[in-house]
Design a protein around this ligand. Sequence first.
Ligand SMILES: Nc1ncnc2c1ncn2[C@@H]1O[C@H](COP(=O)(O)OP(=O)(O)O)[C@@H](O)[C@H]1O
Ligand SMILES: [Mg+2]
Length: 326
Amino acid sequence: MARGNASQPEYTRPRQIVGAKWRSFRQKPPDDQHAALFRPTALDLVSADGRSIAPLLTLRALRVQSAMGRGRSRPLIVEAEDGETYVAKLSHTDRTARRLTVEVIAGQIAKVLGLPQPAMALLVIDPAIDAPDLTPEKRAELDVARGPAFGSQMLPGAVSLRRKGDFVLDPRLAAEIVWFDSLVVNHDRKERNPNILVSDQQAWMIDNDSAMALHHRWCEPSRQDAYAICPDCGLMWWDPKDHVLLPLAGSVEEAGDQLAPRLSPELIETIAGQPPEPWIQAGFPPGGPIDARQMYVEFLVHRLSLRKDFERHADHLRIHGVCAAR
Ligand SMILES: Nc1ncnc2c1ncn2[C@@H]1O[C@H](COP(=O)(O)OP(=O)(O)O)[C@@H](O)[C@H]1O
Ligand SMILES: [Mg+2]
C-alpha cells in the first residue's frame, strides 16, 4: 500500500495552479530554518472512472493572522505562499491528529466524487512564524503541533447555511452529500451546525473531521465497534435522521448510482496513504495494536460494500421519517 512521503511525487505544477503570485514568491528563497521543515509535494489522484483530480499541495505559511471566532477548534487564518488565505486547523493533540487525518481522507473522497468544497492544502507553519495576534493558548497549540496544518481555502463572504433560510439547494446535490456522509459516517451536518457554507450563491461542504469518529477507539480492544449497527433498525451504525439535508434530498440511491463508480478499493488505499505521517504517528502511537491507514481502508471499503443498505436506509427515512425496520 502507498505510504507517506515515499509515494509522493515531486511538486511540479505550481504555475498552472496558483498563477502569478506563486512565481513572484519563488524568486524569494526561503530562510534556512523554514526550508528544513518544508517538503513540497503535490499528491495526485485519478478517480476510478478516469477523471484527474486537482492535486493536494503542501504549501508554506507566510503569515498567521488571528484565530477564527467560530467552530469548536477556532481555526487559524493563514496566508500561504500561493497568495491565498486558508482556514487552518492544527494537530496539537492525538485527537486532533486523527481528526485532521480524516479531513484529508474524507476531503479527498469528496473531491473524487466532485462535491463542492473549498480547495484544501497542507500548510507548513514554522513554529517561529510571526503571529502577534494569537492568544497564548493558540500560540501553545502552534508550538506543539505535529506535522502540517490542514488548510481549507477561505471562501469570501461565506455564511452558514443555517443563516440562509431562503437558499435553494439542488435536491440531487443534497442527496449526494447525504450519500457521502453515509459513506464516511459523518454525523456533523445537523441543523444547528450544518458545516455547509454559502458563498457566491453556491453551497460548499466544510469540516469533515468528525467522520469515522470510531477511529478514536481503534487502539482499544473492541475494534469490532467500527462495524456496529444502528440501534433502531439493526442494519448499521449510521443513522442520518438528523442530517440537515435529508429533508431537502432527492433519491439517495440514485445519488449512489452516480457517485459510487468514481471510487474503488484501490483509490481508497491511495487516499489513505496521503495524510502526513506525523499525524498518523501522533494519532496512533507506533507499536500500537493497529495499522491505522489499513484500518481506514478496511472501514471505507466495507462502507462502500454496504452502499445499497445505507442508501435504502436513508431513502426510507427521507420518505417515511423512520428507520426501515420500524
Ligand atoms: N473555507 C472556509 N471559508 C470560510 N470560512 C470557513 C472555511 N472553513 C471554515 N470556516 C469557518 O470556520 C468555522 C470553523 O471551521 P470548521 O472546519 O467547521 O471547524 P470545527 O471543526 O472547529 O467546527 C466554520 O464554522 C466556518 O465559519
Ligand atoms: Mg464545524
